[in-house]
Design a protein around this ligand. Structure first.
Ligand SMILES: [Mg+2]
Length: 126
């Protein structure tokens, strides 16, 4: 089965969000500070899904319809806020993500980072 992700590019999503905002005349409220705040709040709402719960195996989480429904909802909010912020600042999401991954690859070379969760500043230490 082909997922929607496989046939939808980032610009399609950015355009859907831009249209949604424009139809409601909400651009005037969407200063980057407000959108960054919104992004942080939505990320916190995503975290709240896991609050006070034991860390269960991934497959158990994926089978839990109630939790997955909440995760879907809050993760969508995170993406919407992030893409809305990118729209407002005329940022090319693909470009900035690729740039950041390039930096991360330099900070976390596979030969040093593979299989461990050390911060890059501690990678060269044994
Ligand atoms: Mg939310």
């Amino acid at each position: 089965m082909v997922s929607k992700d496989e046939k939808t590019n980032v610009q399609v999503l950015k355009d859907l969000i831009k249209k949604f905002v424009k139809e409601r005349d909400w651009e005037k409220f969407h200063h980057p500070k407000e959108l960054a705040t919104c992004l942080s709040i939505e990320a916190s709402e995503l975290l709240e899904v896991f609050l006070w719960k034991d860390k269960e195996p991934l497959e158990e989480t994926k089978k839990n319809e109630k939790i997955m429904s909440k995760i879907r909802e809050e993760l969508a909010d995170v993406f919407i806020c992030a893409l809305n912020l990118a729209n407002r600042l005329d940022l090319d999401v693909s470009e900035i993500v690729e740039e950041k991954l390039k930096i991360a690859k330099e900070k976390y070379p596979v030969e040093l980072a593979r299989g461990n969760a050390k911060k890059y500043t501690e990678l060269k230490e044994k």
